[in-house]
Ligand binder design. Structure first.
Ligand code: HEM
Length: 202
């Protein structure tokens, strides 16, 4: 498949910016509904999860289409996921619970504990996403970046535990995440899902 890389990268960049741009538009036009803080927080959280899922789709897409161009946008997607997750966290503190007693805030409810743990796992991934860090970490880079698997599972639990009545959406996201982890385990072995495990040298 001969798709030129630069326009593809630009397209992925523009698509990743869209949720943010649409949110800004809703803020400017005052179309956020009766609880703007809640709407903003939820929209940012959902975008973060969707971008994490998009990141996990890269390897299967590259395999199915035999096109390595997908791999070239994985870091961008991962960083956008982190960007939306950070804004989601800030929106939560700013609009919902305040910046007061942070320890009490983050240990309050199970869904917040799951979200906080997921966010903590995303920090080293974002911090080590540069080429220089890849070089510095060498063989340790891949096992470290497998933290994305427990992170996405924690995000899903975070999503599930804050559900009020209808859990259809959570079930659909759960099936997609399970499918992606399953495909990976099937192709590369279940051990490839275990983070921080450095393979022995042959
Ligand atoms: C310290 C970390 C986090 C906190 C405090 C937090 C807080 C929240 C809150 C307050 C909500 C709205 C719950 C409600 O509707 O009442 C929410 C929803 C959500 N969060 Fe988080 N979150 C955190 C981390 C994350 C991360 C890391 C992700 C994804 C990468 C994420 C994804 C989501 C999703 C998908 C929703 C559901 C949005 C919807 O209902 O459409 N959260 N979170």
């Amino acid at each position: 498949m001969a798709i030129p890389l630069l326009p593809f990268r630009i397209l992925v960049f523009v698509l990743s910016c869209m949720p943010f741009a649409l949110l800004v538009l809703d803020i400017v036009t005052g179309s956020l509904g009766p609880d703007p803080g809640q709407t903003v927080t939820e929209a940012l959280g959902l975008s973060a999860l969707q971008l994490m899922i998009a990141t996990l789709f890269i390897t299967p897409l590259a395999r199915w289409t035999h096109w390595s161009g997908w791999i070239k946008v994985r870091r961008m997607l991962g960083l956008f996921a982190f960007f939306y997750a950070s804004l989601h966290l800030m929106a939560f503190l700013q609009f919902i619970l305040g910046w007061g007693d942070l320890w009490a805030t983050f240990t309050k409810r199970p869904y917040i504990i799951f979200g906080s743990l997921a966010f903590l796992l995303l920090i080293p991934l974002a911090a080590t996403s540069t080429k220089a860090m890849m070089r510095r970490l060498g063989r340790q880079w891949k096992p470290l970046h497998r933290l994305v698997y427990p992170a996405v599972a924690l995000v899903w639990l975070h999503f599930l535990f804050q559900a009020r009545s209808d859990i259809t959406e959570m079930v659909v996201y759960g099936l997609v995440v399970a499918f992606l982890l399953g495909v990976r385990g099937y192709w590369f072995g279940w051990r490839s899902l275990v983070p921080l495990r450095i393979p022995k040298r042959a």
